[in-house]
Every structure is written in structure tokens, then in C-alpha cells.
Write a protein that binds this ligand. Structure first.
Ligand code: SF4
Length: 483
């Protein structure tokens, strides 16, 4: 049987480093090997990509950008390039259309021992790209994408919104617990969002102990979807996890790296939660290669993880340019901690519209102070505040892409690799028009907490929906690529 290769071993961890101190002068984080992303932005300061804000979104390119046959431009990856190990580089490049078609082709051969159930999960931030690009409603886009993938031989197409429901619910519970422990536990607050792998990569390899203990332990929607497909769904179907090949369609390349993390691999079954990530742009490439137009594809309802049900209309979470962590956690914390019902969130723009603040006042005192920091320029501003001891936020929703996930580098790019502003504006419109569903109101989620996860406070919840983040020593076997 052609089994997937073993997981990438993480680079050695930095154990025993100094404890994280938020008001510290330059310390362990600065001692780590500098990443070129950091240097690039430090050198150019406000010249970093900011497609949806004010500057032109140009990224430096060089002649090493294009790797033959890889179909991935390393500059498309927001993770710091020099931190990728050789193994990771090789395995990221394996996550491409070829691998997807290899599995599809094996399924057509007589040797059934090599057959796999092919499941594809669609990220909600990818759907507006297909809708805007092909002038479809978001529901039509989801169904036609499902029709196209099934015409290739995919067995199941899922929507990852349910995984984001779990991720948000776990993040908001963790925030409340951390807030309640803030006076006893030095590292309880601030809490940083964990859904963006570009940010996580940067945090673990460059900022290291300065921030890792502050990152929310809830897994990202992509990886929770992996647990749902390889755990819950596999069990329903009476399948071993390694008999499912799970593909995620995502807005960025960073999610390919995320799928490779050692923590998201089960040795017992020799199976990763997510076997392959294809960007929205790579799906369009497949359509072009097959001479298929989205307009001509038959609509097929998206599958549900539950019995033979089909998904209804596409829904999204609060938050116009993200998965809605800030808004949901803010409203939940206001209610749980202070008994305040927040109906509408009012953002205050700080340096630009990708660095915004939200506060809750009670009895003349600011009791909650949250921020959204999108794009490396704003992340670096945030880090500067940390190092200067001028950091007053309880929670920060950090996303590596300026403008949020719609602006992921795996979609809506012009041919010369710049964000397609006109398309992005349409995608924002499409995304904003999607009806909002509160994660708390998803009855399937409630049922799964009880039946599958053995209660909200169970060990299984911790094992299935959470992970850990640690400082990583990136000095070993980096790709020999200079930017
Ligand atoms: S912000 Fe960008 S890098 Fe981060 S998850 Fe979203 S698309 Fe990917």
C-alpha cells in the first residue's frame, strides 16, 4: 500500500529559555536567527504589503522566486522563508495538484487496496473568490465547486464553517479562563489568536518565548476540520483515518505548512489530519487545464458530516474580514465576565484600517481592550509595543495578510503577483453579504460536544480541539535561499 510519508520533524525546540516577559527589553526573541521577512519589513517599515489599506501591495521579487514545476512561489508564503527546513520545503512542494491527481488516479486502478476515500473541505474565505471571479452567488459558487470536484472523482465535499464554530467556541472559553487567571498567572494575558499559520510560524520561529505562551491553544479551523474528517467522519463511515485522503481548499500557501505540523499527525494510523492543501488559485488552474468553466459545471449540494444530510446555504461568522475571532470573543467575554450584552462592535482605527482597537468600558474603567493586527507591518508595530512594555491589550486577532484572509496569496492575485484590488473589493462585498450564524446556535456542534467529545471539559476536547505552540530553533537545515 502506498502510504503517506512520515511527518516532518520539527526543528529542535528551545528549552529552558527565559520566561516570557512582555515588558522586556530585547531578549530571547532577538537572539533567534533573524528571518528575512522580519528584516525585509524592518528595513522598509511601512513599505510592506497592504493591499486593502493604502500602499500598492508590491512585494520584492527575485529570480529565485519561481521554482520549476513547483507551482508555488516561495515569496507567496508569508511564513519566513529562511526558516523552512529542507524536509518541509520538499513536502510543501508535494502538496500540489500532482499529488491530488495521483490519489484520484489510484482510485481508478483495479488494486482496491490503494483506493482512498477522497474528501475535500472548502474554507469559507475561498468561496467569495470563486463567486466574485465567476460572477456567481456564494451559494452557487459552493455548489459548482462541489460539482466540479465530484466530476473529478472526489467523494465528499465539506464546508469548514463547522470547524470554525468549534475553534471560536474553544477560543472564547479559553479567553475567559485566562482573564480570570490573569492576576495569578503571569502569562495568562494577553491572548493572541491562533488561526493564522503565517502568524504562528513567525511567532514560533522569530518571536519565540516572547509570545508563544500567549497564543490561544485552540486549533485553527483547518486542523479542527482535519480532526472532524479523520476522527468523527471516519468513525461514522467505519473507515481507518489513513483510508481517507483529506484535501483542504484554502486562500493561502501557509496552510500547506500548517498541515505538516507534527502535532497534526497520528503515528498510529500513519495519517495526517490534512493530507494536502490546494489554494483556490490552484483549483482554478485545474479547471483551466481541464478546459472547464465554472459557468458550465452542474451544481451539487455540499455534503454534511452528518449521516446523509446536505449543507444548506453558506453562512459566516461575525467579523467582516476574518473568521470573526475578535468579535465573538469580545461579545462572549463582555457577557460572561461583565454581564454586558454587546450588540454592535465599534472599531477605532489606530495607525491604519488593519490595526484597530475595540474596548469595553464599565463604571468609567476600560475592562476589555482588544485589537486586530493584520499584515506584518502591524504585527511588527504590535511586537514593538510588547518589547517597550507599552502593550495594553487583552486579546489580539493577528492575521499575517493585510486585509485578512480574503487577501491570502493563494487567490485574487494578478499575473505579476500583486493583489487584484478590484476582485478583492468584490470578494469583500460577497463575504459581507453572507448571513451570520453564531457558533453557539449550531445544534450539530452541541451534539458533537456531548456524544463525540464526551462533554465540553473532557480530555477528548483538549486532545481533539487544542494544540500547543513553542519556540522553535530554526538554525538547522534551512533552505539555502536568499531573498
Ligand atoms: S491571514 Fe493570510 S496567511 Fe493567515 S490564514 Fe489568512 S490567508 Fe492564510
Amino acid at each position: 500500500m502506498n502510504l503517506p510519508s512520515p511527518p516532518v520533524k520539527a526543528a529542535p525546540r528551545q528549552d529552558g529559555g527565559a520566561p516570557p516577559v512582555l515588558s522586556m527589553a530585547p531578549g530571547p526573541a532577538d537572539a533567534a536567527e533573524e528571518c528575512s521577512k522580519k528584516q525585509k519589513n524592518d528595513d522598509t517599515q511601512s513599505a510592506s504589503v497592504d493591499a486593502l489599506s493604502s500602499n500598492d501591495g508590491s512585494e520584492e521579487k527575485n529570480d529565485l522566486d519561481t521554482l520549476a514545476n513547483a507551482k508555488i512561489l516561495l515569496s507567496d508564503c508569508l511564513a519566513c522563508d529562511s526558516c523552512m527546513t529542507l524536509e518541509e520545503g520538499a513536502r510543501v512542494f508535494q502538496q500540489n495538484q500532482k499529488e491530488f491527481f495521483r490519489v484520484l488516479n489510484l482510485n481508478k486502478k483495479c488494486d482496491t487496496s490503494k483506493h482512498k476515500v477522497l474528501a475535500v473541505s472548502l474554507c469559507p474565505q475561498s468561496l467569495p473568490y470563486f463567486a466574485a471571479k465567476f460572477n456567481l452567488s456564494v451559494n452557487e459558487a459552493a455548489k459548482r465547486l462541489c460539482g466540479f470536484l465530484k466530476s473529478l472523482g472526489v467523494h465528499y465535499v465539506f464546508d469548514t464553517t463547522i470547524a470554525a464554530d468549534f475553534s471560536i467556541l474553544e477560543s472564547q472559553r479559553e479567553f475567559v479562563q485566562r482573564y480570570q487567571r490573569r492576576n495569578q498567572e503571569e502569562h495568562a494575558l494577553p491572548m493572541f489568536a491562533s488561526a493564522c499559520p503565517g502568524w504562528i510560524r513567525y511567532a514560533e520561529r522569530v518571536l519565540t518565548n516572547l509570545v508563544t505562551s500567549h497564543i490561544c491553544t485552540a486549533k485553527s479551523p483547518q486542523q479542527i476540520m482535519g480532526s472532524l474528517v479523520k476522527g468523527y467522519f471516519a468513525r461514522q463511515q467505519n473507515l481507518s483515518p489513513d483510508k481517507i485522503f483529506h484535501v483542504v481548499v484554502a486562500p493561502c500557501y501557509d496552510k500547506k505548512l500548517e498541515a505538516l505540523r507534527e502535532d497534526f499527525y497520528t503515528a498510529l494510523y500513519n495519517s495526517a489530519e490534512v493530507d494536502c492543501v490546494l489554494t483556490s488559485g490552484e483549483i482554478v488552474q485545474i479547471m483551466e487545464q481541464k478546459n472547464v468553466s465554472m459557468k458550465d459545471v452542474t451544481e451539487v449540494a455540499v455534503d454534511s458530516l452528518f449521516d446523509d444530510l446536505k449543507e444548506g446555504d453558506v453562512v459566516r461568522h461575525d467579523g467582516k474580514r476574518s473568521d470573526g475571532y475578535l468579535e465573538h470573543i469580545f461579545k462572549h467575554a463582555a457577557k460572561e465576565l461583565f454581564g454586558v450584552d454587546v450588540k454592535e462592535i465599534t472599531y477605532k482605527a489606530l495607525k491604519n484600517k488593519d490595526f484597530q482597537e475595540v474596548t469595553l468600558e464599565k463604571d468609567g474603567e476600560t475592562v476589555l481592550r482588544f485589537a486586530a493586527a493584520y499584515g506584518f507591518r502591524n504585527i511588527q508595530n504590535m511586537v514593538l509595543k510588547l518589547k517597550k512594555g507599552k502593550f495594553f491589550y487583552h486579546f489580539v486577532e493577528v492575521l499575517a495578510c493585510p486585509g485578512g484572509c480574503l487577501n491570502g496569496k493563494g487567490q485574487a492575485q494578478t499575473e505579476d503577483g500583486k493583489p487584484d484590488r478590484a476582485l478583492l473589493a468584490q470578494m469583500e462585498e460577497v463575504y459581507t453579504a453572507i448571513p451570520v450564524r453564531l457558533p453557539e446556535t449550531n445544534l450539530h456542534v452541541q451534539r458533537m460536544y456531548q456524544d463525540w467529545l464526551e462533554g465540553m471539559d473532557s480530555k477528548k476536547v483538549q486532545d481533539t480541539l487544542h494544540t500547543t505552540y513553542s519556540a522553535v530553533n530554526q538554525s538547522t537545515s534551512s533552505l539555502d535561499i536568499k531573498w
